[in-house]
Design a protein around this ligand. Structure first.
Ligand code: ZN
Length: 258
């Protein structure tokens, strides 16, 4: 019996090792980079359709896998199973948002960029998170006469996986580099069933994502640092945090009161 079990364990170990060895995390081989682009081409009509219907944020893994060949499925699985901590990202595994969560849609958010009105693409949040966010913004409006808008809310694990694949090209097909900027599925607070994160943007379109200092100096940010706690929101990645993740003053996380 023991012999049989150890045979199984060795088999599983070898199988996993070979699956991971398929990807060079420093830089994908030319063949693998091509495979990524072929996948993205294959996903394109689905992504376009879901974007038009405003359902992209809750894309499911089934939808992504359904059009793929057997070998493409195995290839995509390698990315789905990547262990972020093995890539030196020091954030805990948070769990996968399945894309089936009950969400409310936030539509018609208007901001003014360089004097021109722009409507932000629709965003999605769990109902309780949206309620707390709205209360927090009403309080901010009362104090400052300004509010912040949701630039990015809920994203399913499948959408996160798609975003990761689509970002590889911008980082020379290095998984290690891409992981510093785009969370792997299961490691994003935007798709975390327990703690939902929001990326915020101000009425002038300032989100700080290219330069955190621009957001840090906003009175809206200063207000959040003093008041967000009352609404169960917290800054996930403060300056010099031990997570190794860069300062993200725009990214606030809601935790459900116990
Ligand atoms: Zn974020």
């Amino acid at each position: 019996m023991f012999k049989f079990l150890s045979f199984i364990f060795v088999f599983i170990f070898l199988f996993n090792a070979s699956a991971l060895a398929d990807l060079n995390v420093d830089r994908l081989s030319l063949t693998d980079a091509n495979k990524v682009e072929i996948l993205l081409d294959k996903f394109a009509p689905l992504i376009r359709e879901k974007r038009e219907k405003n359902t992209l944020a809750y894309l499911t893994l089934d939808e992504l896998y359904t059009t793929l060949t057997k070998s493409q499925k195995v290839f995509l699985k390698n990315f789905e199973n990547l262990d972020a901590n093995a890539l030196s990202v020091k954030i805990p595994y948070l769990g996968i948002a399945a894309g089936s969560e009950e969400l409310v849609i936030i539509k018609g958010q208007k901001i003014k960029v360089n004097g021109e009105f722009q409507t932000l693409p629709p965003q999605f949040l769990p109902k309780d998170v949206n309620q707390s966010y709205t209360k927090m913004m009403d309080a901010m409006q009362k104090d400052l006469g300004k509010r912040l808008y949701v630039e990015s809310g809920y994203r399913s694990g499948a959408y996160q996986l798609y975003l990761f694949l689509a970002s590889l090209k911008n980082h020379k097909y290095s998984i290690l580099e891409t992981a510093k900027f785009v969370a792997l599925p299961g490691y994003s607070e935007h798709g975390c069933p327990q703690k939902q994160a929001l990326d915020l943007v101000n009425e002038d379109g300032i989100d700080g994502q290219n330069d955190p200092r621009l957001f840090e100096v906003l009175p809206e940010y200063v207000w959040l640092t003093k008041n967000a706690k009352k609404f169960n929101f917290a800054l996930s990645y403060p300056k010099n945090s031990t997570s190794g993740i860069a300062f993200e003053p725009w990214h606030w996380r809601y935790s459900r009161p116990r």
